[in-house]
Design a protein around this ligand. Structure first.
Ligand code: GLU
Length: 445
């Protein structure tokens, strides 16, 4: 079984989504089940509703799960397993207070050595009456594991001390709950962010202490850097999946982009289904990858272009296929749904002919053309050429003045796609489109 194990602690980060996608792909390739485990053990950090948002995003991306579990539902198992470790002497109670540990940390800093918990401290403060934590006894052997992306990783025994597996309130720590659950659900491979690289030896130690021998494959995904080259933090809006969706990026495009980041893929534009056929973790680069919004825009544009007119229209909340056709024309200058929405909305909004367009005033031409068009648009000719010729004749405008005015009245912009292409689609709507905000009677005639 493969799993994605998000913590319900806020907005979903693209790094987490990337891990979800990779685990999902492996599950499909290996014909194993895909589990979502909501890691809600850290009650202070949980944010109400965040679990639902994660599940909605996964659904939207087509990352459908076979099983769903909330880690807190397994607390009794975690407790039983901790007890088993205590009974066998592989774990022990530690009564150290925070202040005591802090003073030991300070001593280590002053002596310029790394702080490591010393097992001999466990019972020094036993008489305090404070409930103890449970620690797993440290390993005397080095821990080595193979990472499918990073290669062999070694951890010397002195890098890992006896770490806490159960807090004083009886709640398991992340490393313990995670290791127990990976064992309980028979997880075969784990793909997660690089920040977990040093948690893995601890989780391997838990498995060993519990006598669990199944080999688990590990892969730690390189961190995603922001465009500035620094680690992408929550403050970078593009790190939030919800933000990208709000900007009008398609789930299929975000998915395509996240799979291709720092990866050798056989083609640039593909669907999740297609990626399942060829994806290989070994091809993912181990160096950090930089998030490139321009590249995502390119991929999004390609995914929008692949859609049918009907689907494009539906994404723009319209059941009218001609809105899809219109959107397709505007793809020559838009890369996201929001940009398409904005351009199409401008066509159907009343036009402000007194505004400056690229610093120029076309109000006179627009007013003149508007008047001349009134009759023409009640029975507009099928051909753009004849519409244009009749409009030119009726208004006595020509050249740039005519074309700019026509474009402004039709689209609300002074630049844009070929007017003959637009006319073909807009013809049935001309009466609704050719409306202006106000006609200023004091404007120069
Ligand atoms: N809850 C952890 C996280 O969101 C899960 C890490 C893991 O996959 O084990 O980072």
């Amino acid at each position: 079984m493969l799993r994605f194990a998000p913590s319900p602690t806020g907005d979903m980060h693209i790094g987490n989504l990337r891990a979800a996608i990779f685990n999902y792909i492996l599950a499909k390739q290996r014909k194993e089940r895909f589990l979502i485990r909501i890691e809600d053990t850290d009650q202070a950090r949980n944010i109400a509703g965040s679990d639902k948002e994660i599940l909605q995003i996964l659904t939207l991306f087509g990352l459908l799960w076979d099983d769903l579990v909330y880690q807190s539902a397994n607390f009794s198992y975690h407790n039983q397993l901790a007890q088993k470790l205590l009974d066998s002497g592989k774990a022990f109670y530690c009564y150290c207070s925070k202040d005591f540990l802090e003073s030991k940390k300070q001593e280590a800093i002053e002596a310029k050595r790394a702080f490591r918990y010393d097992d001999s401290w466990a019972e020094i403060e036993k008489s305090s009456g404070k409930p103890p934590v449970v620690r797993l006894r440290k390993s005397t052997e080095p821990i080595t594991y193979h990472d499918s992306i990073k290669g062999e990783l070694h951890f010397a025994p002195n890098e890992l001390d006896s770490f806490v597996i159960m807090r004083e309130d009886g709640v398991p720590t992340y490393n313990f709950a995670c290791a127990c659950d990976d064992m309980l659900y028979d997880i075969s491979a784990i793909v997660r962010g690089e920040d977990h690289t040093s948690n893995t030896p601890k989780q391997i130690l838990v498995h060993r202490a519990l006598g669990y021998e199944k080999h688990i494959e590990y892969a730690h995904l390189p961190i995603i850097l922001g465009e500035s080259g620094k680690k992408m933090s929550k403050r970078d809006s593009a790190s939030s999946v919800a933000w990208l969706l709000e900007q009008g990026f398609l789930p299929s495009a975000i998915c395509n982009y996240l799979i291709s980041m720092g990866n050798h893929t056989p083609c640039e534009i593909f669907s999740l289904e297609e990626a399942i056929a060829w994806f290989s973790l070994e091809k993912v680069a181990k160096a950090p990858v930089r998030f490139d919004l321009a590249r995502l825009r390119f991929v999004n544009h390609a995914h929008l272009s692949r859609l049918s007119d009907g689907d494009l229209a539906l994404l723009l909340e319209s059941s009218d296929e001609s809105m899809g056709k219109l959107a397709r024309i505007y793809l020559e200058e838009a890369s996201t749904l929001n940009e398409l929405r904005e351009k199409i909305a401008r066509i159907f909004a009343p036009k402000d002919i007194y505004a400056l367009y690229e610093g120029q005033d076309f109000s006179k031409e627009c007013a003149l053309l508007l008047e001349s068009l009134q009759e023409l648009i009640t029975n507009a000719p099928a051909e753009y050429e004849s519409f244009k010729n009749q409009a030119m004749q009726a208004s006595s405008l020509k050249g740039k003045g005519f074309f700019k005015a026509l474009r402004i009245l039709l689209t609300g912009a002074s630049h844009g796609p070929d007017l003959s292409k637009l006319y073909e689609i807009l013809r049935p709507y001309l009466q609704a489109i050719i409306k202006v905000v106000k006609l200023d009677s004091s404007a120069p005639q």
